[in-house]
Design a protein around this ligand. Structure first.
Ligand SMILES: [Fe+2]
Length: 233
């Protein structure tokens, strides 16, 4: 699977976001953020995630987060050399005038960029190696993880995400975030996430979120999750 390039996730913001100031120079509404290409065909996740949902989800919803984020940072001189991860991680340092926009639109850009990588047409099954061991340690078994993840995803009220995360203590945790908030803002690294906005499943599953959650397990890219786990430990 083609990974999203670092360049695609790179944003241009200042060394210290807290020092950002409005400027007259950067008025390019098309940058600095870029919509990463979907790393597989729109229909590659069929029959679990349908082509039309993927097309609209990536080309319209994710694209809108990128465009609105670019609009938000336009004119803010110095918001030009941090990655989207660092931007969301240090949200408190973003100028207050645009902090909510960066939180929502930047979070949407980051979350979806990760989400495409967390799925694969060759996904599904179970993780192997030390991630499998870590999941068993935390949830007793892979079945225990699935049960807990499904329960959390089913229980989330409104629009948001449920994540498998890891923090400084190296302990795995399941946690929900509302809207487009990212675990990164709370200092935790997302390893796996499921998009629970209705736009992620309504065309195929309508109100049957449980069916979408069940389908998601067939496309989880455990190799990607394992890589994130290794990077974090
Ligand atoms: Fe989404």
């Amino acid at each position: 699977m083609a990974a999203i390039s670092t360049a695609a996730l790179t944003v241009r913001i200042p060394p210290s976001a807290a020092a950002a100031q409005p400027a007259s120079g950067n008025t390019d509404p098309t940058g600095p953020f870029v919509l990463p290409p979907l790393p597989y065909a729109y229909d590659a996740l069929e029959p679990y995630i349908d082509e039309q949902t993927m097309r609209i989800h990536h080309d319209k919803h994710h694209a809108a987060y990128v465009a609105n984020l670019n609009k938000a940072v336009t004119g803010w001189d110095g918001l030009d050399d941090k990655s989207i991860e660092d931007l969301i991680r240090s949200l408190a340092g973003v100028p207050e005038n645009i902090r909510t926009a960066v939180r929502n639109q930047g979070g949407g850009h980051l979350n979806h960029s990760l989400f495409w990588q967390m799925m694969s047409p060759h996904g599904g099954g179970e993780p192997q190696g030390d991630l499998a061991t870590a999941l068993e340690k935390k949830f007793d078994s892979f079945a225990g993880f699935k049960s807990a993840f499904t329960k959390a995803a089913s229980a989330l009220f409104g629009s948001g995400w449920v994540w498998l995360t890891i923090g400084d203590s190296k302990e795995l945790r399941l946690e929900p975030t509302a809207n487009q908030d990212s675990p990164l803002t709370a200092g935790r690294t997302p390893l796996l996430g499921i998009d629970l906005w209705e736009h992620a499943y309504y065309l195929k599953h309508q109100n049957r979120r449980a069916d979408y959650i069940a389908a998601f397990y067939h496309v989880i890219n455990w190799d990607d999750v394992q890589k994130r786990y290794h990077d974090a430990i």
